[in-house]
Ligand binder design. Sequence first.
Ligand code: COA
Length: 173
Amino acid sequence: MSNAPFLVAPLDAAHDRTGFHGGSDPLDRYLREQVAQDIRRRVAACFVALADRQRIAGYYTLASASLMLADLPASISEKLPRYPTVPAVRMGRLAVDEAFSGQGLGGALLADALERATRSEIAAYALMVDAKDDHAAAFYGHHGFITLPDSPLTLFLPLATALASRNRRNRAC
Ligand SMILES: CC(C)(COP(=O)(O)OP(=O)(O)OC[C@H]1O[C@@H](n2cnc3c(N)ncnc32)[C@H](O)[C@@H]1OP(=O)(O)O)[C@@H](O)C(=O)NCCC(=O)NCCS
């Protein structure tokens, strides 16, 4: 979880979604206009980082997904069972308000998402993301995500890898 002075919690109706400005209109609009409906329909879960326990400083969404076995790098797919798809968790959106960018919050939200995905009782092989552009893909690459060979904006991180690095960090503390 985050070391930053933010509380990460599921989005609820008491949170003010109108004042969020992440520098991407589609991501701001999604939080303002669409996410509540997606949560109601159970097609996404949304978690927010709250500054001062009320202002939304960042958010991300999670949903079940799958990766095609044939789309994975061969070095990985050859170690997996021969089913056509591999279970995954998709982080559909991730955004940090411009007022809080560059302070480690994006990385902390990513760590929070990985923690939730590894803690789930429903098995998933990886956390996957569809990066909105090369800049976003570079952010995920910086955090160890692997690009699908034929889709450079789709990246994934095996949850076993995330778990192993978390355990290494904990042992070092
Ligand atoms: C991408 C985004 C979430 C990063 O959030 P942030 O809080 O500014 O990032 P952080 O301060 O947590 O950065 C964590 C680390 O990632 C690195 N990083 C940040 N953005 C990066 C990028 N685009 N490419 C490579 N590395 C990047 C930082 O240098 C930092 O490295 P360090 O831990 O080694 O010091 C934020 O800029 C954002 O909301 N962008 C617009 C929406 C977006 O692109 N979302 C991505 C999903 S589509």
